[in-house]
Design a protein around this ligand. Structure first.
Ligand code: KIV
Ligand code: ZN
Length: 521
Protein backbone atom coordinates (compact mmCIF):
# COMPACT_ATOMS: atom_id res chain seq x y z
CA UNK A 1 0.00 0.00 0.00
CA UNK A 2 1.18 3.50 -0.72
CA UNK A 3 2.49 5.50 2.18
CA UNK A 4 2.38 9.23 2.58
CA UNK A 5 4.84 11.49 4.29
CA UNK A 6 3.34 13.73 6.96
CA UNK A 7 5.31 16.83 7.97
CA UNK A 8 8.47 15.12 6.75
CA UNK A 9 8.63 13.29 10.05
CA UNK A 10 6.26 10.36 9.99
CA UNK A 11 4.66 8.04 7.49
CA UNK A 12 1.08 7.08 8.09
CA UNK A 13 -1.21 4.66 6.37
CA UNK A 14 -3.49 6.01 3.64
CA UNK A 15 -6.34 4.16 5.34
CA UNK A 16 -6.13 6.47 8.36
CA UNK A 17 -6.10 9.55 6.21
CA UNK A 18 -9.17 8.62 4.20
CA UNK A 19 -11.11 7.55 7.32
CA UNK A 20 -10.08 10.74 9.16
CA UNK A 21 -11.76 12.77 6.41
CA UNK A 22 -15.07 11.07 7.19
CA UNK A 23 -14.81 11.87 10.93
CA UNK A 24 -15.63 15.25 12.37
CA UNK A 25 -12.47 15.60 14.42
CA UNK A 26 -11.63 18.68 16.48
CA UNK A 27 -8.59 20.70 15.41
CA UNK A 28 -7.12 20.52 18.88
CA UNK A 29 -7.73 18.36 21.94
CA UNK A 30 -7.36 19.63 25.51
CA UNK A 31 -4.90 17.60 27.58
CA UNK A 32 -5.80 17.28 31.26
CA UNK A 33 -3.01 15.53 33.14
CA UNK A 34 -3.86 13.63 36.30
CA UNK A 35 -0.41 12.16 37.03
CA UNK A 36 -0.31 13.94 40.38
CA UNK A 37 -3.78 12.79 41.45
CA UNK A 38 -5.01 9.55 39.77
CA UNK A 39 -1.36 8.68 38.98
CA UNK A 40 -0.52 8.83 42.66
CA UNK A 41 -3.50 6.58 43.42
CA UNK A 42 -1.63 3.68 41.81
CA UNK A 43 -0.83 1.42 44.76
CA UNK A 44 2.74 1.97 45.90
CA UNK A 45 3.16 5.44 44.41
CA UNK A 46 3.78 8.27 46.86
CA UNK A 47 5.27 11.54 45.79
CA UNK A 48 6.88 13.93 48.23
CA UNK A 49 5.82 17.57 48.02
CA UNK A 50 9.04 18.52 46.19
CA UNK A 51 8.58 15.63 43.74
CA UNK A 52 5.12 16.94 42.87
CA UNK A 53 6.48 20.41 42.28
CA UNK A 54 9.20 19.01 39.99
CA UNK A 55 6.59 16.97 38.10
CA UNK A 56 4.23 19.95 37.80
CA UNK A 57 7.04 22.07 36.32
CA UNK A 58 7.88 19.26 33.87
CA UNK A 59 4.23 18.88 32.82
CA UNK A 60 4.02 22.62 32.30
CA UNK A 61 7.14 22.54 30.09
CA UNK A 62 5.62 19.59 28.26
CA UNK A 63 2.67 21.84 27.43
CA UNK A 64 -0.36 20.13 28.99
CA UNK A 65 -3.42 22.37 29.28
CA UNK A 66 -4.48 21.40 32.81
CA UNK A 67 -2.54 19.86 35.71
CA UNK A 68 -4.61 18.14 38.39
CA UNK A 69 -2.36 18.99 41.33
CA UNK A 70 -4.02 16.69 43.86
CA UNK A 71 -6.94 16.24 46.20
CA UNK A 72 -6.35 19.13 48.64
CA UNK A 73 -8.81 17.97 51.33
CA UNK A 74 -6.79 14.74 51.70
CA UNK A 75 -4.19 16.26 54.02
CA UNK A 76 -2.55 19.50 55.06
CA UNK A 77 0.50 18.48 53.05
CA UNK A 78 -1.49 17.81 49.88
CA UNK A 79 -3.24 21.18 50.22
CA UNK A 80 0.07 22.98 50.80
CA UNK A 81 1.64 21.31 47.75
CA UNK A 82 -1.34 22.15 45.52
CA UNK A 83 -1.10 25.74 46.78
CA UNK A 84 2.61 25.86 46.00
CA UNK A 85 1.98 24.50 42.49
CA UNK A 86 -0.75 27.11 42.00
CA UNK A 87 1.75 29.84 42.93
CA UNK A 88 4.43 28.78 40.44
CA UNK A 89 3.01 30.91 37.64
CA UNK A 90 2.76 27.95 35.27
CA UNK A 91 1.22 28.28 31.82
CA UNK A 92 -0.84 25.12 32.44
CA UNK A 93 -3.98 25.73 34.49
CA UNK A 94 -3.86 24.15 37.94
CA UNK A 95 -6.82 22.11 39.11
CA UNK A 96 -7.78 20.51 42.42
CA UNK A 97 -10.10 17.55 42.99
CA UNK A 98 -13.06 17.78 45.37
CA UNK A 99 -15.95 15.46 46.18
CA UNK A 100 -19.31 17.21 45.80
CA UNK A 101 -18.88 18.42 49.39
CA UNK A 102 -18.46 22.02 50.57
CA UNK A 103 -15.49 21.10 52.76
CA UNK A 104 -13.58 19.57 49.81
CA UNK A 105 -14.29 22.58 47.60
CA UNK A 106 -13.12 24.88 50.43
CA UNK A 107 -9.81 23.01 50.46
CA UNK A 108 -9.44 23.69 46.70
CA UNK A 109 -10.27 27.35 47.32
CA UNK A 110 -7.59 27.51 50.03
CA UNK A 111 -5.14 25.89 47.60
CA UNK A 112 -5.77 28.77 45.18
CA UNK A 113 -6.35 26.46 42.22
CA UNK A 114 -7.75 27.89 39.02
CA UNK A 115 -10.15 25.01 38.33
CA UNK A 116 -12.23 23.01 40.80
CA UNK A 117 -12.85 19.45 39.64
CA UNK A 118 -15.84 18.23 41.62
CA UNK A 119 -17.22 14.70 41.31
CA UNK A 120 -19.94 12.43 42.57
CA UNK A 121 -20.85 8.84 41.67
CA UNK A 122 -23.96 8.44 39.56
CA UNK A 123 -24.23 4.70 38.80
CA UNK A 124 -26.82 2.69 40.70
CA UNK A 125 -24.18 0.25 41.92
CA UNK A 126 -22.18 3.09 43.49
CA UNK A 127 -25.32 4.75 44.85
CA UNK A 128 -26.37 1.53 46.56
CA UNK A 129 -23.10 0.06 47.84
CA UNK A 130 -20.74 3.03 48.09
CA UNK A 131 -22.92 6.02 48.90
CA UNK A 132 -26.24 4.68 50.20
CA UNK A 133 -28.03 7.57 48.49
CA UNK A 134 -30.91 7.98 46.06
CA UNK A 135 -30.59 9.34 42.54
CA UNK A 136 -32.47 12.48 43.65
CA UNK A 137 -30.02 13.10 46.51
CA UNK A 138 -27.04 12.69 44.20
CA UNK A 139 -28.57 15.04 41.63
CA UNK A 140 -29.11 17.71 44.31
CA UNK A 141 -25.60 17.30 45.72
CA UNK A 142 -24.03 17.58 42.25
CA UNK A 143 -25.95 20.78 41.48
CA UNK A 144 -25.22 22.29 44.92
CA UNK A 145 -21.50 21.54 44.64
CA UNK A 146 -21.18 23.15 41.22
CA UNK A 147 -23.20 26.18 42.40
CA UNK A 148 -20.94 26.51 45.45
CA UNK A 149 -17.74 26.35 43.40
CA UNK A 150 -19.10 28.81 40.82
CA UNK A 151 -20.33 31.20 43.52
CA UNK A 152 -16.68 31.48 44.61
CA UNK A 153 -15.67 32.38 41.07
CA UNK A 154 -14.01 29.11 40.08
CA UNK A 155 -13.93 27.53 36.68
CA UNK A 156 -15.65 24.23 37.46
CA UNK A 157 -15.29 20.80 35.93
CA UNK A 158 -17.96 18.30 36.93
CA UNK A 159 -17.40 14.51 36.82
CA UNK A 160 -20.13 11.89 37.08
CA UNK A 161 -18.08 9.08 38.55
CA UNK A 162 -18.80 5.67 36.98
CA UNK A 163 -20.60 7.48 34.15
CA UNK A 164 -20.17 4.52 31.82
CA UNK A 165 -22.29 2.31 34.13
CA UNK A 166 -24.89 5.00 34.84
CA UNK A 167 -28.41 4.78 33.41
CA UNK A 168 -28.06 7.11 30.36
CA UNK A 169 -31.19 9.27 30.87
CA UNK A 170 -30.23 9.90 34.49
CA UNK A 171 -26.61 10.62 33.47
CA UNK A 172 -27.75 13.27 30.98
CA UNK A 173 -30.06 14.73 33.65
CA UNK A 174 -27.17 15.05 36.14
CA UNK A 175 -24.84 16.55 33.54
CA UNK A 176 -27.47 19.10 32.51
CA UNK A 177 -28.15 19.88 36.16
CA UNK A 178 -24.44 20.58 36.61
CA UNK A 179 -24.34 22.69 33.44
CA UNK A 180 -27.41 24.63 34.64
CA UNK A 181 -25.51 25.32 37.87
CA UNK A 182 -22.61 26.72 35.84
CA UNK A 183 -20.26 23.78 35.13
CA UNK A 184 -17.76 24.84 32.45
CA UNK A 185 -16.68 21.33 31.42
CA UNK A 186 -18.27 17.97 32.11
CA UNK A 187 -16.20 14.80 32.40
CA UNK A 188 -17.29 11.29 31.47
CA UNK A 189 -15.27 8.79 33.50
CA UNK A 190 -15.10 5.13 32.55
CA UNK A 191 -14.15 4.55 36.16
CA UNK A 192 -13.69 0.79 36.04
CA UNK A 193 -12.53 0.64 32.42
CA UNK A 194 -15.44 -1.44 31.14
CA UNK A 195 -16.26 0.31 27.86
CA UNK A 196 -15.19 -0.77 24.42
CA UNK A 197 -14.58 1.80 21.69
CA UNK A 198 -17.91 1.45 19.80
CA UNK A 199 -19.85 1.79 23.08
CA UNK A 200 -17.78 4.82 24.04
CA UNK A 201 -18.57 6.40 20.67
CA UNK A 202 -22.31 5.87 21.26
CA UNK A 203 -22.22 7.30 24.78
CA UNK A 204 -20.22 10.40 23.85
CA UNK A 205 -22.33 11.01 20.74
CA UNK A 206 -25.45 11.12 22.87
CA UNK A 207 -23.88 13.38 25.51
CA UNK A 208 -22.50 15.65 22.77
CA UNK A 209 -25.99 16.08 21.36
CA UNK A 210 -27.67 16.76 24.67
CA UNK A 211 -25.14 18.61 26.82
CA UNK A 212 -23.90 21.97 25.60
CA UNK A 213 -20.50 22.43 27.26
CA UNK A 214 -17.05 20.97 26.44
CA UNK A 215 -16.64 17.27 27.25
CA UNK A 216 -13.68 15.54 28.88
CA UNK A 217 -13.28 11.78 28.97
CA UNK A 218 -11.42 9.87 31.69
CA UNK A 219 -10.71 6.23 30.83
CA UNK A 220 -9.25 3.53 33.03
CA UNK A 221 -7.23 0.70 31.55
CA UNK A 222 -8.68 -2.43 33.18
CA UNK A 223 -9.06 -4.17 29.80
CA UNK A 224 -6.13 -2.35 28.19
CA UNK A 225 -8.56 -0.14 26.24
CA UNK A 226 -8.10 3.24 27.95
CA UNK A 227 -6.26 4.80 25.02
CA UNK A 228 -8.57 3.27 22.39
CA UNK A 229 -11.66 4.37 24.34
CA UNK A 230 -10.34 7.91 24.80
CA UNK A 231 -9.65 8.17 21.06
CA UNK A 232 -13.11 6.79 20.29
CA UNK A 233 -14.53 9.51 22.55
CA UNK A 234 -12.63 12.17 20.60
CA UNK A 235 -14.02 10.74 17.35
CA UNK A 236 -17.52 11.10 18.81
CA UNK A 237 -17.17 14.68 20.06
CA UNK A 238 -15.10 14.82 23.26
CA UNK A 239 -12.76 17.79 23.18
CA UNK A 240 -10.62 16.94 26.19
CA UNK A 241 -8.89 13.80 27.46
CA UNK A 242 -7.82 13.09 31.01
CA UNK A 243 -4.54 11.21 30.92
CA UNK A 244 -1.50 10.45 33.00
CA UNK A 245 2.16 10.18 32.10
CA UNK A 246 3.22 6.53 31.62
CA UNK A 247 -0.46 5.60 32.14
CA UNK A 248 -0.11 5.46 35.93
CA UNK A 249 -3.39 5.48 37.85
CA UNK A 250 -5.82 3.44 39.93
CA UNK A 251 -5.52 -0.36 39.45
CA UNK A 252 -4.46 -0.88 35.81
CA UNK A 253 -3.97 2.84 35.29
CA UNK A 254 -5.36 5.63 33.12
CA UNK A 255 -5.01 6.41 29.42
CA UNK A 256 -1.34 7.19 28.88
CA UNK A 257 -0.56 10.77 27.95
CA UNK A 258 2.22 9.87 25.55
CA UNK A 259 0.17 7.29 23.64
CA UNK A 260 -2.85 9.57 23.35
CA UNK A 261 -0.82 12.56 22.23
CA UNK A 262 1.21 10.67 19.63
CA UNK A 263 -1.89 8.88 18.30
CA UNK A 264 -3.75 12.18 17.99
CA UNK A 265 -0.82 13.89 16.26
CA UNK A 266 0.37 11.08 14.02
CA UNK A 267 -2.68 8.95 13.30
CA UNK A 268 -5.58 11.40 13.50
CA UNK A 269 -3.81 14.62 12.48
CA UNK A 270 -5.27 16.34 15.57
CA UNK A 271 -3.13 18.80 17.52
CA UNK A 272 -2.52 19.14 21.23
CA UNK A 273 -0.31 21.71 22.91
CA UNK A 274 2.17 19.01 23.94
CA UNK A 275 5.82 19.43 22.93
CA UNK A 276 6.33 15.84 21.94
CA UNK A 277 10.12 16.01 22.01
CA UNK A 278 9.86 16.34 25.79
CA UNK A 279 7.83 13.13 26.23
CA UNK A 280 10.74 10.78 26.91
CA UNK A 281 12.38 13.04 29.46
CA UNK A 282 9.08 13.59 31.29
CA UNK A 283 8.34 9.87 31.27
CA UNK A 284 11.77 9.17 32.79
CA UNK A 285 11.12 11.72 35.52
CA UNK A 286 7.83 10.03 36.42
CA UNK A 287 9.51 6.62 36.29
CA UNK A 288 12.22 7.78 38.70
CA UNK A 289 9.97 9.59 41.16
CA UNK A 290 7.12 7.06 41.13
CA UNK A 291 9.56 4.15 41.28
CA UNK A 292 7.32 2.34 38.77
CA UNK A 293 9.63 0.84 36.15
CA UNK A 294 8.18 0.65 32.66
CA UNK A 295 8.41 -2.52 30.58
CA UNK A 296 11.05 -2.04 27.88
CA UNK A 297 8.45 -2.43 25.12
CA UNK A 298 6.20 0.36 26.45
CA UNK A 299 5.05 2.29 23.35
CA UNK A 300 6.70 5.66 22.67
CA UNK A 301 8.82 5.86 25.85
CA UNK A 302 10.04 2.28 26.46
CA UNK A 303 13.72 1.46 26.08
CA UNK A 304 13.10 -0.84 23.09
CA UNK A 305 10.45 1.37 21.44
CA UNK A 306 13.10 2.44 18.90
CA UNK A 307 15.53 -0.47 19.24
CA UNK A 308 16.27 -2.94 16.46
CA UNK A 309 18.12 -6.20 16.82
CA UNK A 310 16.99 -8.32 13.91
CA UNK A 311 19.40 -8.05 10.99
CA UNK A 312 16.63 -7.48 8.44
CA UNK A 313 15.06 -4.62 10.39
CA UNK A 314 18.30 -2.95 11.45
CA UNK A 315 19.68 -3.09 7.89
CA UNK A 316 16.52 -1.49 6.48
CA UNK A 317 16.23 1.13 9.23
CA UNK A 318 19.81 2.18 8.68
CA UNK A 319 18.94 2.76 5.02
CA UNK A 320 15.60 4.49 5.66
CA UNK A 321 14.17 4.91 9.15
CA UNK A 322 10.54 4.71 8.06
CA UNK A 323 10.89 1.11 6.90
CA UNK A 324 10.46 -0.17 10.45
CA UNK A 325 9.82 2.94 12.54
CA UNK A 326 6.41 4.63 12.51
CA UNK A 327 7.90 7.91 13.73
CA UNK A 328 11.38 9.29 14.17
CA UNK A 329 12.64 8.68 17.72
CA UNK A 330 13.71 12.33 18.00
CA UNK A 331 10.05 13.35 17.66
CA UNK A 332 9.45 12.02 21.19
CA UNK A 333 12.92 12.73 22.59
CA UNK A 334 14.17 9.16 22.10
CA UNK A 335 17.18 7.81 20.22
CA UNK A 336 17.39 4.90 17.81
CA UNK A 337 19.23 1.96 19.26
CA UNK A 338 20.74 -0.76 17.10
CA UNK A 339 21.10 -3.62 19.56
CA UNK A 340 23.70 -6.27 18.99
CA UNK A 341 22.51 -9.78 19.76
CA UNK A 342 21.82 -13.20 18.30
CA UNK A 343 19.60 -11.79 15.53
CA UNK A 344 22.00 -9.04 14.47
CA UNK A 345 23.24 -8.92 10.93
CA UNK A 346 26.47 -7.75 9.35
CA UNK A 347 25.22 -4.20 8.77
CA UNK A 348 24.40 -3.42 12.38
CA UNK A 349 27.53 -5.11 13.71
CA UNK A 350 29.59 -3.03 11.30
CA UNK A 351 27.92 0.13 12.66
CA UNK A 352 28.61 -0.95 16.25
CA UNK A 353 32.23 -1.72 15.41
CA UNK A 354 32.68 1.65 13.75
CA UNK A 355 31.24 3.39 16.81
CA UNK A 356 33.82 1.56 18.91
CA UNK A 357 36.62 2.68 16.60
CA UNK A 358 37.10 -0.50 14.50
CA UNK A 359 37.13 -0.07 10.71
CA UNK A 360 37.04 -3.61 9.34
CA UNK A 361 37.74 -3.42 5.62
CA UNK A 362 38.31 -7.14 5.11
CA UNK A 363 35.00 -8.95 4.44
CA UNK A 364 36.29 -12.30 5.78
CA UNK A 365 37.44 -10.77 9.06
CA UNK A 366 34.13 -8.96 9.40
CA UNK A 367 32.22 -12.23 8.90
CA UNK A 368 34.44 -13.88 11.53
CA UNK A 369 33.58 -11.12 14.01
CA UNK A 370 29.86 -11.43 13.17
CA UNK A 371 29.97 -15.21 13.76
CA UNK A 372 31.84 -14.83 17.05
CA UNK A 373 29.38 -12.18 18.28
CA UNK A 374 26.47 -14.48 17.40
CA UNK A 375 28.11 -17.41 19.20
CA UNK A 376 28.66 -15.34 22.33
CA UNK A 377 25.15 -13.84 22.27
CA UNK A 378 23.60 -17.30 22.11
CA UNK A 379 25.38 -18.23 25.32
CA UNK A 380 24.80 -14.88 27.03
CA UNK A 381 21.65 -12.79 27.42
CA UNK A 382 23.13 -9.43 26.53
CA UNK A 383 26.11 -8.31 24.54
CA UNK A 384 27.95 -5.28 25.86
CA UNK A 385 30.41 -2.98 24.11
CA UNK A 386 33.17 -4.62 26.12
CA UNK A 387 32.25 -8.01 24.55
CA UNK A 388 32.23 -6.58 21.02
CA UNK A 389 35.51 -4.81 21.64
CA UNK A 390 37.13 -7.97 23.02
CA UNK A 391 35.97 -10.10 20.08
CA UNK A 392 37.03 -7.54 17.49
CA UNK A 393 40.45 -7.06 19.13
CA UNK A 394 40.94 -10.81 19.19
CA UNK A 395 39.92 -11.40 15.56
CA UNK A 396 41.92 -8.41 14.32
CA UNK A 397 44.92 -9.44 16.40
CA UNK A 398 44.90 -6.22 18.42
CA UNK A 399 45.60 -6.24 22.12
CA UNK A 400 42.76 -5.77 24.57
CA UNK A 401 42.08 -2.07 25.23
CA UNK A 402 43.65 -1.00 28.50
CA UNK A 403 41.13 0.45 30.92
CA UNK A 404 41.47 4.24 31.11
CA UNK A 405 40.10 4.36 34.60
CA UNK A 406 40.30 1.62 37.23
CA UNK A 407 39.09 1.01 40.75
CA UNK A 408 42.06 0.77 43.11
CA UNK A 409 40.42 0.53 46.52
CA UNK A 410 37.06 1.13 48.09
CA UNK A 411 35.62 1.10 51.59
CA UNK A 412 31.93 1.26 52.41
CA UNK A 413 30.43 1.67 55.85
CA UNK A 414 26.80 1.17 56.61
CA UNK A 415 24.66 0.33 59.60
CA UNK A 416 21.40 1.15 61.32
CA UNK A 417 22.80 4.12 63.28
CA UNK A 418 25.08 5.76 60.71
CA UNK A 419 24.63 7.29 57.31
CA UNK A 420 26.06 4.95 54.65
CA UNK A 421 29.31 6.35 53.29
CA UNK A 422 31.86 5.29 50.70
CA UNK A 423 35.51 6.14 50.08
CA UNK A 424 36.96 5.36 46.66
CA UNK A 425 40.47 5.39 45.26
CA UNK A 426 40.44 5.48 41.47
CA UNK A 427 43.41 5.22 39.14
CA UNK A 428 43.13 7.74 36.34
CA UNK A 429 45.86 9.04 33.99
CA UNK A 430 48.64 7.79 36.25
CA UNK A 431 47.19 9.45 39.35
CA UNK A 432 45.09 8.10 42.17
CA UNK A 433 41.96 10.17 42.80
CA UNK A 434 40.38 9.79 46.23
CA UNK A 435 36.80 10.80 46.96
CA UNK A 436 34.01 10.28 49.48
CA UNK A 437 30.25 10.10 49.26
CA UNK A 438 27.28 9.78 51.60
CA UNK A 439 24.01 8.27 50.41
CA UNK A 440 20.77 6.60 51.36
CA UNK A 441 22.46 3.21 51.04
CA UNK A 442 25.92 1.83 50.21
CA UNK A 443 25.34 1.80 46.44
CA UNK A 444 24.04 5.37 46.49
CA UNK A 445 27.02 6.44 48.63
CA UNK A 446 29.38 4.80 46.12
CA UNK A 447 27.67 6.58 43.21
CA UNK A 448 28.00 9.89 45.06
CA UNK A 449 31.71 9.22 45.71
CA UNK A 450 32.30 8.46 42.02
CA UNK A 451 30.44 11.63 41.00
CA UNK A 452 32.61 13.60 43.43
CA UNK A 453 35.81 12.10 41.97
CA UNK A 454 35.08 13.54 38.50
CA UNK A 455 33.23 16.83 39.11
CA UNK A 456 33.98 18.24 35.63
CA UNK A 457 32.47 15.23 33.86
CA UNK A 458 29.02 15.69 35.45
CA UNK A 459 28.41 12.03 36.24
CA UNK A 460 24.86 10.96 37.00
CA UNK A 461 23.66 7.44 37.70
CA UNK A 462 20.37 7.34 35.76
CA UNK A 463 19.53 3.63 35.73
CA UNK A 464 20.47 0.79 38.02
CA UNK A 465 19.42 -2.81 37.46
CA UNK A 466 20.34 -5.65 39.75
CA UNK A 467 19.72 -9.31 39.07
CA UNK A 468 20.68 -12.25 41.29
CA UNK A 469 22.12 -14.93 39.03
CA UNK A 470 21.67 -17.79 41.46
CA UNK A 471 19.45 -18.11 44.53
CA UNK A 472 20.53 -17.82 48.16
CA UNK A 473 22.52 -15.24 50.09
CA UNK A 474 25.70 -16.13 48.18
CA UNK A 475 24.04 -15.38 44.82
CA UNK A 476 26.10 -13.64 42.18
CA UNK A 477 24.93 -10.07 41.69
CA UNK A 478 24.66 -9.00 38.05
CA UNK A 479 24.53 -5.21 37.90
CA UNK A 480 23.88 -3.09 34.84
CA UNK A 481 24.00 0.70 35.16
CA UNK A 482 23.40 3.60 32.86
CA UNK A 483 25.57 6.55 33.80
CA UNK A 484 25.27 9.92 32.11
CA UNK A 485 28.62 11.57 31.56
CA UNK A 486 28.33 15.18 30.38
CA UNK A 487 24.74 14.42 29.40
CA UNK A 488 25.52 11.30 27.30
CA UNK A 489 24.47 7.83 28.50
CA UNK A 490 26.95 4.95 28.88
CA UNK A 491 26.23 1.39 29.97
CA UNK A 492 28.43 -0.43 32.47
CA UNK A 493 28.07 -4.01 33.56
CA UNK A 494 29.70 -6.19 36.21
CA UNK A 495 29.12 -9.44 38.06
CA UNK A 496 30.39 -10.13 41.58
CA UNK A 497 29.45 -12.06 44.69
CA UNK A 498 29.26 -8.71 46.50
CA UNK A 499 26.43 -6.40 45.38
CA UNK A 500 28.31 -3.21 46.23
CA UNK A 501 31.45 -4.44 44.47
CA UNK A 502 29.44 -5.33 41.35
CA UNK A 503 27.77 -1.90 41.51
CA UNK A 504 30.97 0.09 41.83
CA UNK A 505 32.67 -1.92 39.06
CA UNK A 506 29.68 -1.41 36.75
CA UNK A 507 29.77 2.34 37.39
CA UNK A 508 33.54 2.56 36.86
CA UNK A 509 33.16 0.60 33.60
CA UNK A 510 30.48 2.99 32.36
CA UNK A 511 32.85 5.87 33.13
CA UNK A 512 35.68 4.03 31.36
CA UNK A 513 33.42 3.48 28.35
CA UNK A 514 32.66 7.21 28.22
CA UNK A 515 36.37 8.03 28.26
CA UNK A 516 37.06 5.50 25.50
CA UNK A 517 34.25 6.85 23.32
CA UNK A 518 35.19 10.47 23.96
CA UNK A 519 38.79 9.80 22.94
CA UNK A 520 37.36 8.76 19.50
CA UNK A 521 35.29 11.93 19.06
O1 KIV B 1 -11.92 7.29 37.75
C1 KIV B 1 -12.67 8.21 38.13
O2 KIV B 1 -13.89 8.14 38.06
C2 KIV B 1 -12.03 9.38 38.72
C3 KIV B 1 -12.89 10.55 38.98
C4 KIV B 1 -12.52 11.25 40.24
C5 KIV B 1 -12.86 11.47 37.79
O3 KIV B 1 -10.83 9.39 38.89
ZN1 ZN C 1 -9.84 7.82 37.69
Amino acid sequence: MALKELEGKIYVSDYNESVNKSLSLPQKVRIFDTSLRDGEQLPGVTYRGEDKIEIARALDKLGVDIIEAGFPVNSEGELATAKKISSLGLKSKVCGLARAITNDIDACIQADVEIVHTFISTSDIHLKYQMNKTREQVYEEAVTAVEYSKSHGFKTLFSAMDASRTEPNYLIKVFNGAVGAGADIINVPDTVGVMHPPAMRELIKRIRNEVKVPIDVHCHNDFGLAVANSLAAVEAGADGVQVSMNGLGERAGNASLEQIVMSLHCLYGVRTGVKTERLYETSKLIERLSEVTLPPFQPIVGSTAFAHESGIHAHAVLKHASTFEPMLPELVGQKRNIVIGKDSGKASIEVALRQLGFEVGDAKLLMRIVERIKEVSLAKKRIYNEDIRAIASDVLGKGKRKALVELDEFVVTTGNKIKPSATLKIKFKGDTVESKGIGVGPVDATAKALEAAFPKRKLKLVEYNLRAITGGTDALADVEVKVEVNGKPYIGHAVDGDIVMASVNAMVRALDESLAMQSKE
